[in-house]
Design a protein around this ligand. Structure first.
Ligand SMILES: CC(C)(COP(=O)(O)OP(=O)(O)OC[C@H]1O[C@@H](n2cnc3c(N)ncnc32)[C@H](O)[C@@H]1OP(=O)(O)O)[C@@H](O)C(=O)NCCC(=O)NCCS
Length: 324
């Protein structure tokens, strides 16, 4: 077995790498959200000023039996590397994960990164966490992976609508944020990065500039429809937003950020924003039958909103980190 770096522009090599990711995902995680091959290609082949990915494969004969994904933020968190390791189910407990980890660690150190962090998901089997701990990493933050079946029953929807804040105008867009809202939207995205619970993770909250948002919009549009609902008070001030990704060609939707700005909290605006994105999905994207989201188990405000919707926990995500 040897470890080699994947040429990101070699489509066959990239496909073999993705096959391992997809096979492990369908074996380990009945509710896991995998990325499509096209999404991987767009992610790693379109150059970015903000992020540099490195893919590794553990090769036995002609076959890739394990993979690692290493990534470096270029504008922030330059002490960190992202790292995830995956081994095919039939090749586990033979030291392949350990070898991939060692190779990736040598590379991230050579790149001047003193710490690595990654996400892993557990259902019943705590093996992934045991592996991370055996590599010297510790769990520094946890989130529930929650799932909602779509569509919601009309009676349930009506009950939620009567509870939600109604004294804000809801502004929606798909893809590109309107120019007149981009500064306020960037300020809210920055606030989200500061406020979202990240446990003990040693990570510096990223400041979202309008340029960074525009760059992200362009990259994401290749693989996702991106929906945003924002709440505007009568004086024109934006009080919060909710962000949803619809991966192309799939039947699920991903509920990502929902933020209510500090001075607007306590009025069920979070519920109103989540309902606004839900309504777009139900009316314009009826092919979406599952809605995924991730929330810190101790984030009581967001958990209460999720429970009101009817989300159920299907996995526990651990953010793990190792420091030199
Ligand atoms: C986690 C994973 C990468 C481990 O790969 P692997 O090749 O089986 O790992 P190794 O054989 O190198 O194991 C190294 C050490 O990790 C620990 N370990 C690995 N799997 C374990 C398990 N299922 N239960 C308990 N300990 C485990 C052990 O200490 C092991 O050393 P040992 O075999 O000498 O006891 C693999 O199970 C996998 O791909 N899981 C799904 C993807 C994932 O969750 N990755 C998380 C890491 S980011």
């Amino acid at each position: 077995m040897h470890i080699r770096e994947i040429d990101l522009h070699d489509e066959a090599a990239l496909k073999a790498w993705h096959d391992v990711e997809a096979a492990a995902m369908s074996y380990d995680r009945p509710h896991g959200v995998g990325r499509s091959f096209d999404a991987l290609v767009n992610q790693v082949t379109v150059a970015s000023d903000y992020y540099q990915p490195v893919l590794l494969g553990a090769v036995e004969g002609e076959r890739i039996v394990g993979i690692a994904e290493l990534g470096y933020s270029l504008m922030d968190n330059t002490h960190l590397a992202d790292l995830e390791v995956t081994v095919l189910p039939d090749s586990r407990r033979r030291g392949i994960g350990r070898s991939l980890y060692a190779d990736a660690t040598a590379r991230r150190r050579a790149a001047g990164r003193t710490s690595a962090c990654g996400e892993l998901n557990v259902v019943d089997d705590l093996g992934p966490l045991a592996f991370a701990e055996a590599m010297g990493a510790e769990s520094v933050h946890e989130e529930d992976h929650l799932l909602l079946d779509l569509p919601m029953h009309p009676d349930h929807l009506r009950r939620l609508e009567t509870r939600a804040a109604s004294d804000y105008e809801i502004v929606r867009w798909q893809g590109r944020c309107p120019d007149d809202l981009i500064d306020a939207y960037a300020a809210m995205r920055t606030q989200m990065n500061q406020d979202v619970p990240t446990g003990e993770l040693d990570y510096e909250a990223v400041v979202m500039t309008p340029e960074r948002i525009r760059s992200g919009e362009e990259r994401l549009a290749k693989s996702y429809d991106v929906l945003v609902a924002a709440a505007r008070r009568s004086d024109g001030v934006l009080g919060g937003y909710s962000l949803v990704y619809l991966p192309h060609g799939r039947d699920h939707a991903l509920q990502d950020d929902t933020l209510v700005m500090p001075e607007h909290r306590g009025h069920r605006l979070g519920l109103a924003l989540k309902l606004a994105t839900y309504e777009v999905i139900a009316t314009e994207h009826p092919e979406r039958t599952r809605f995924h989201t991730w929330t810190d188990p101790d984030n009581r405000a967001m958990q209460a909103t999720n429970i009101a919707f009817g989300y159920r926990a299907v996995e526990r995500m651990h953010e793990v980190q190792v420091k030199d």
